[in-house]
Design a protein around this ligand. Structure first.
Ligand code: NAP
Length: 500
């Protein structure tokens, strides 16, 4: 049952200020006050040593219990998520499986010491001119972490999503800022975590959640002196604002923002000659998945102008025209999409003729085409329009295609569609593409991010605010760890993993 309250230091608390949700029959949600944010941060700090001092096995059991408790609330989470986001049942059930799978993956990860990257340089007492001391290095939890999830993943990038799972695995207490687009879903998942805290006997400051639309709650959280790092998934504008606040603090802290991306695809000539229609149809399917509301949505396709690009354009437009209008996540996202498409219409040729959407928050996909020269000349065409909006960039020749690659800003992903005869051009492009994106794909589409140890989900700015970090996969844990060296330390004072 949804309470509409904030979880602070183990208690569900209301506030004088609340916001009603139209999606949940007027259910009201207490908006956290500045005092409540302060209390949550102090409780997280108070319990940091107790929680980070729990054994790895205890933390692993806690993560698995959170996953189990999410499954207990499974149907209620799904129904609430559907009402709040308009996402279909199958998607939300699948996303819950992904979320519990992530929690269990981090539990498995911390049962071994590999993620601690332990290093030992034994003493060399006879070394000249100076002896070497005994040095041992491990990684310790960074401290209380604030987490912001995105509207488009109410579970997997939200309350118990990858940021929370990896931070709890690392030994960091977490305070989540519930997303106003799915406050009810956020609360239900927080209830599951609260139950797991109770079952596993974890300190009450281990996990807390504050709700609050508008900017006050989020800003107060990232500026609080007890917060030591921030995980954020969301827009470039929101992420940049909070990043700047983190770095303007008297004690600056790391801010890991996973932001938007347009994920360009390079369709090389031999691949286009062999299967332009197939690529065009596949692009339409990837572009419209989840109403285009994915950070990995392939918003740009680059190719040589000619009959093959005409064939791809026709195939993509035909498939898009056959796509029913889709409901977007929030009024704000819907409005921003419509506005973005209007601006694109003034700058490029619109290929699709799907007409206007009729349903509430409904949108129809849009496809545009433009010359490479015009695309490179206008930075606005590189900005993410969150939703199903695609741009076909037509190059006069291979040199222009290389120039487009050089011009691209940081991305989460870049894709090559290629055949054997494209090998030389692909090798020329690779060093450029490697500089620009966190994940490079061949002959596929970037939507769908596998959760595994070899995943990198991040990229150079503006795709993310820290080019070294991923928010998906086991490597995500390093964001919440800091290296500590021990020099000539008696064994009894060393962390257990460094003894022996
Ligand atoms: P958003 O508007 O930036 O919101 C994300 C969260 O940050 C919300 O809780 C929001 O609060 C808060 N927030 C935003 N601006 C803030 C500010 N200036 N001060 C304080 N708090 C602030 O993003 P969204 O619309 O939810 O998500 C869609 C975006 O996320 C798209 O651009 C998409 O590409 C990106 N995304 C990226 C990834 C990735 O892994 N790279 C994954 C999924 C989505 P409210 O609750 O008040 O709105």
């Amino acid at each position: 049952m949804i309470l509409g309250q904030n979880l602070i230091d183990g208690k569900w608390v209301g506030s004088a200020n609340s916001r009603a949700s139209d999606d949940l029959d007027g259910q009201s949600f207490a908006q956290a006050t500045a005092t409540q944010v302060d209390e949550a941060c102090k409780a997280a700090r108070r319990d940091f040593r107790a929680y980070s001092g729990k054994s790895r096995a205890e933390r692993a059991a806690f993560l698995r219990t959170i996953a189990d408790q999410m499954d207990v609330l499974g149907d209620e989470i799904t129904q609430t998520g559907m009402a709040e986001t308009g996402l279909p049942e199958a998607r939300l059930v699948g996303e819950r499986g992904r979320t519990t799978g992530q929690l269990r993956m981090f539990a498995d990860l911390i049962e071994e010491t590999g993620y601690l990257d332990i290093r030992k340089d034994g003493a060399l007492p006879d070394r000249t001119p100076l002896p070497r001391p005994d040095l041992r290095l491990t990684h310790k939890a960074i401290g209380p972490v604030a987490v912001f999830g995105a509207s488009n993943f109410p579970l997997a990038f939200s309350t118990a999503g990858g940021d929370t799972a990896s931070a709890l695995a690392a030994g960091c207490p977490v305070i989540v800022k519930g997303h106003s687009a799915h406050a009810g879903t956020a609360e239900l998942v927080a209830q599951a975590i609260a139950k797991a805290i109770e079952i596993c006997g974890m300190p009450s400051g281990t996990f807390q959640m504050v709700q609050g639309s508008g900017r006050e709650v989020g800003s107060a959280l990232v500026q609080h002196p007890e917060i030591r790092a921030v995980g954020f998934t969301g827009s470039l504008a929101g992420g940049r604002a909070l990043y700047d606040q983190c770095h303007a603090r008297p004690q600056p802290i790391p801010f890991y923002g996973e932001l938007g991306s347009v994920n360009p695809m390079f369709c090389l000539p031999a691949a286009m000659a062999a299967r332009a229609v197939e690529i065009g149809t596949g692009w339409a399917a990837s572009l419209t998945m989840g109403a285009g509301q994915f950070c990995t949505n392939p918003g740009v396709a680059v190719m040589l102008a000619g009959p093959e690009s005409d064939a791809l354009e026709l195939a993509c437009a035909t498939a898009l025209n056959d796509t029913a209008e889709q409901k977007m996540l929030t009024d704000g996202i819907h409005g921003a999409f419509e506005q973005g498409v209007r601006e694109f219409r003034d700058l490029m040729v619109e290929v699709t003729s799907c007409g206007a959407a009729t349903g509430n928050r409904a949108a129809v996909p849009a496809l545009f085409k433009v010359s490479a020269k015009e695309w490179m000349a206008n930075p606005k065409l590189q900005h993410e329009v969150f939703g199903a909006a695609g741009i076909l960039v037509r190059c006069d020749d291979i040199d222009e295609m290389r120039a487009v690659a050089e011009c691209i800003e940081g991305q989460l992903t870049l894709t090559l569609h290629l055949d054997d005869a494209d090998a030389e051009l692909a090798s020329n492009l690779m060093p450029v593409l490697e500089e620009k994106a966190g994940r490079l794909l061949a002959n596929g589409f970037p939507t769908g991010v596998e959760v595994c140890s070899a995943m990198m989900h991040g990229g150079p700015y503006p795709a993310s605010t820290d080019v070294r970090a991923t928010s998906v996969g086991t490597l995500a844990i390093v964001r919440w760890l800091r290296p500590v060296s021990y020099q000539n330390m008696p064994a009894a004072l060393l962390p257990s993993e460094l003894q022996g």
